[in-house]
Write a protein that binds this ligand. Structure first.
Ligand code: FAD
Ligand code: SIN
Length: 537
């Protein structure tokens, strides 16, 4: 049954750090809706462990944070974007503290916060709340959002496609203007139309394109796929970040062991029973050892696992003593104890897993996309901050800075923004109920498996060609299915997963070199000039 459109000044799709930051800034003077496809806290923000990078101590400098970000990014970062984010970081952190995020205080009783260290950072500059920073950030932002009368929170709404001028019977322009979103309302089991003068995509990353990922279940690249279908360029999708240390456990498959464990002295070792068992291996790969940028550490682990036929390597911080480990990593310690691993006494088995999507919807420094009325912020976007590899703890920071930048631009231009035209309701007249749900589940698994095998940490031309064949086959099958049957949350995600897989494979095949996170065995060197991959719909 078609429902009347619900109308707001601004529609935000996503309730993580980026979406809620944008919403809180806008809601001071605008009527705002925030959609989330499940619970409000089901995005990656909640699961962030390590913390947020910012220059907060006299001994550290913006130049150093900028330089570390650019070194990790392998020459592909946009220097002006990096400066913009780094220079706005201290203010963004103070704002979170004002909202009630209880960052750990300095351990020596000095004024200020405790700063931890992570790979690729040349100084201690990561503020954190124990080893569960994201939980506190999400909680504080949600608390502020619930107290805001102009803000309507809409959980359990799965955005399907952006509403554009093409969906209006009265559109007179080129149809590229974005006016909100069609979303599947899980509670009412129908498709709703939510319209606004401005729309912000804050849907997070696409980690679930891969079999093993630290990202939560909903990280299916929905915003990237929706923007692409609506006509926006997408950039640098080949740069998928693999976190070096995901817990290896047959039951718990996506539990992260924060990089801060290595930052605080944790060592990577080969497990006993193989040549060099019990010894460190990172010094053989990089002089920065365990604190090399994570692409280097992940590739080194992958190399050792393949060379020696291992299931995992060991991460050992037991030498730091019980109280140090319990004090710095209470969440991880407790979780591991529940699985029979005491990290104060024994090493943790770890493997690399997909962790972060560096590429995404191309935006400028105000978070504007190619499409009028559409903004993007956070992991869904490609702002130029991360280049070919994201520096640890720079992503929550990007969410905060770009969430605010997008809101600021909307507020400054609200007087010029027209009200949405009439929009056609969602049309279900030519589809029927699905006959075989198994198709959806099977294709989900197949995409994630071949992406892991062929488009993972180390790629080759042949593997990418194989992946491209599979993408083409599955894309046709999914599109046919989507065209014939009523939408469901799983089908919406599957359609997005195959679109994103296609974008990743195409981007990887367009890069005839190895750079940052994209390592191709057949083209191991970097070209002299770094350039973005930009796909045009
Ligand atoms: P998310 O927080 O992922 O939120 C996405 C939102 O979009 C959710 O509300 C979701 O429901 C909604 N959404 C998605 N699709 C739809 C749809 N179709 N319809 C409606 N709503 C939709 N970064 C750091 O800087 N420091 C860290 O310590 C850190 N640790 C991490 C640990 C883990 C385990 C993981 C997975 C990531 C970590 N990261 C860290 C990365 C960081 O957490 C994310 O990049 C960041 O939180 C992304 O925030 P976001 O607001 O862009 O998206
Ligand atoms: C971690 O805690 O290791 C994750 C940090 C990040 O992804 O930025």
């Amino acid at each position: 049954m078609a429902t009347r459109p619900q109308s707001f000044d601004a529609v935000i799709i996503g309730s993580g750090a980026a979406g809620l930051t944008a919403a809180l800034n806008l809601a001071r003077t605008m009527k705002v809706a925030v959609l989330s496809k499940g619970d409000l806290n089901a995005g990656s923000t909640t699961w962030a462990q390590g913390g947020i990078a910012a220059v907060l101590e006299a001994g550290d400098t913006f130049e150093s944070h900028i330089s570390d970000t650019m070194i990790a990014g392998a020459g592909l970062n946009d220097p002006r974007t990096v400066e913009f984010v780094v220079e706005n970081a201290p203010r963004a952190i103070r704002r979170l503290a004002e909202l009630g995020v209880p960052f750990n205080p300095d351990e020596n009783g000095e004024e200020g916060w405790h700063l931890t260290r992570e790979g690729g950072h040349s100084a201690r500059r990561i503020v954190h709340v124990d080893d569960a920073t994201g939980w506190s950030v999400q909680e504080a932002l949600e608390r502020a959002a619930r107290a805001e009368p102009n803000l309507t929170l809409l959980p359990d709404m799965v955005a399907i496609d952006l509403v554009t001028g093409k969906h209006s019977p009265s559109e007179e322009n080129d149809g590229r203007q974005v006016w909100g979103v069609y979303a599947y309302n899980r509670r009412a089991r129908r498709v709703d139309t939510i319209v606004g003068k401005a729309t912000v995509l804050a849907t997070g990353g696409a980690g679930r394109t891969y079999l093993f990922s630290t990202a939560p279940r909903g990280a299916t690249g929905d915003g990237i796929a929706m923007a692409w279908r609506a006509g926006s360029r997408v950039s640098n999708m080949e740069f998928m970040q693999f976190h070096p240390t995901c817990l290896y456990n047959l039951e718990v498959k996506n539990f992260l062991i924060t990089e801060a464990v290595r930052g605080e002295g944790g060592l990577l070792k080969l497990p006993p029973g193989v040549e060099g068992g019990g010894e460190r291996f990172m010094p053989r790969f990089d002089m920065r050892g365990e604190l090399a940028p994570r692409d280097i550490v992940a590739r080194a682990i992958d190399h050792e696992i393949k060379r020696l036929g291992l299931d995992y390597v060991h991460l050992d911080i037991s030498h730091k003593g019980d109280s140090f480990v319990e004090q710095h990593f209470p969440t991880i310690h407790k979780k591991l104890l529940g699985l029979g691993i005491d990290m104060t006494k024994e090493p943790i088995p770890v493997v690399p897993a997909q962790h972060y999507t560096c590429g995404g919807v191309l935006v400028d420094r105000a978070g504007r996309t190619d499409l009028p009325g559409l903004y993007a912020a956070g992991e869904v976007s490609q702002s130029g901050l991360h280049g070919a590899n994201r520096l640890a703890s720079n992503s929550l920071l990007e969410c905060l800075v770009y969430g605010e930048a997008a809101a600021q631009h909307i507020l400054e231009h609200r007087a010029d923004m027209a009200a949405p035209p009439d929009i056609r309701p969602w049309d279900e007249s030519r589809v029927r109920n699905p006959d075989e749900e198994v198709v959806v589940q099977h294709n989900w698994r197949e995409i994630r498996r071949f992406m892991w095998d062929y488009v993972g940490i180390v790629r080759t031309d042949k593997r990418l060609e194989r992946a491209a064949h599979r993408v083409a086959m599955l894309k046709a099958e999914v599109e046919e299915y989507y065209g014939n049957f009523r939408v469901s949350p799983d089908l919406i995600e599957l359609r997005n997963l195959i679109t994103v897989a296609d974008l990743i494979v195409r981007s990887a095949r367009e890069r005839p070199e190895s750079r940052g996170l994209h390592y191709n065995f057949d083209n191991p060197h970097s070209l002299p000039v770094a350039s973005d991959t930009v796909l045009v719909p």
